[in-house]
Design a protein around this ligand. Structure first.
Ligand code: SF4
Length: 335
């Protein structure tokens, strides 16, 4: 008997015509700036409290010696950087950081491990325990562990994981210029397992990787056609780290602030329900620039002195900014 071919599922919405989607996004991205901001703010108000910002804290639970070669990352074993190298932190240490994050106003605690793929051993069991405990503390637990297998995604869901972060980083077209040790499709496979397990997908990227405007448009299209769309979209700006292949690019050709704002506004319009997170790169941004990002639809920041290996504004500065703007910090986690 001839068996019907197994239908290969995809992380993407197959009914979406990518060229038409890109064209639509390009039109939005290129709108006159006031019109773009108006449209983004209108959608933002429809789906969110436009005065509220969520604070998240990111903990680097396993640092460095990563076999991947992401051109922006100080934790890659392929690059000579001064980044710290250590194995998986013990559960108590991580929970101590989680408590500090909560005391500093975070409602979401993200744990990042520099692995190519999540291991299948006691370390994964320890991560599951961290997830359970962070949830018990009343925060949204999020992890980023590299590529996952289907059963690992299911175990993370059972442990109470709120979100799994797996960034696509840039457009499919520019991807191989940034990373050579994995493909864009590898990313989509893990995203699909996360979607199927019923975990929220946290997926975004980095601006300033030498991408063109067309790449930024294609990047937003790749996010917007995920099905379901990501609940969380971190938008990072490259923080150039000496020793990484993209250091020179970041120093000599940083992304223009208005391109960052346009990317945020267009992402807000295309993914109305998502938390759009203004992530790495805030240390170099003025208060006015960050405010424009909020107006364009960003509604979350990462708080805490460190964002994995790069510096981040002190929490007290963030509190001051939010107060100066008459905005509020979200106090309720979605758990
Ligand atoms: S970004 Fe992540 S996967 Fe890439 S080298 Fe750094 S730690 Fe490894």
């Amino acid at each position: 008997m001839v068996q019907a071919p197994i239908e290969k599922k995809s992380a993407n919405n197959s009914s979406v015509n990518t060229d038409e989607l890109k064209q639509k996004i390009e039109e939005i991205y290129n709108l006159p700036f006031p019109e773009l901001i108006f449209q983004a703010q209108t959608i933002h108000r429809e789906f969110h409290n436009s005065s509220e910002v969520q604070f998240c804290t990111l903990s680097n639970i396993k640092s460095g010696a990563c076999p991947e070669d992401c051109g922006y990352c100080s934790q890659s074993a392929h690059h000579k950087t001064e980044s710290e190298v250590y194995g998986l932190m013990n559960i108590e240490e991580v929970l101590k950081e989680a408590k500090e994050a909560k005391d500093n106003g975070a409602t979401r605690f993200c744990m990042g491990a520099a692995w190519r793929s999540a291991p299948d051993n006691y370390q994964f069991e320890n991560v599951l325990e961290m997830v359970r405990s962070v949830k018990e503390m009343g925060m949204e637990p999020c992890v980023t562990l590299g590529m996952l297998k289907k059963d690992q995604a299911e175990k993370l869901k059972e442990a109470g994981l709120h979100s799994y972060n797996h960034n696509i980083d840039t457009s499919p077209e520019h991807y191989e210029n940034v990373i050579s040790t994995r493909t864009f499709d590898d990313r989509l496979e893990t995203i699909q397992y996360v979607q199927e397990a019923g975990i929220n997908v946290c997926c975004g990227g980095i601006l300033g990787l030498g991408e063109t405007k067309a790449d930024r448009i294609s990047f937003i299209a790749s996010l917007a056609k995920l099905d379901p769309q990501p609940g969380s979209v971190p938008i990072n700006v490259l923080a150039p780290i000496p020793g990484t292949p993209l250091y020179e690019q970041g120093v000599t050709n940083p992304v223009d602030n208005f391109e960052v704002i346009r990317t945020i506004a267009t992402s807000r319009i295309m993914m109305p329900k998502a938390q759009v997170r203004l992530s790495a790169g805030r240390l170099e941004m003025s208060d006015e620039m960050q405010s424009l990002c909020f107006i364009a639809g960003a509604n979350s920041i990462f708080s805490g002195d460190k964002l994995l290996t790069t510096d981040n504004p002190e929490s007290s500065k963030d509190f001051q900014l939010i107060e100066k703007l008459g905005m509020t910090r979200r106090v309720k986690a979605e758990i």
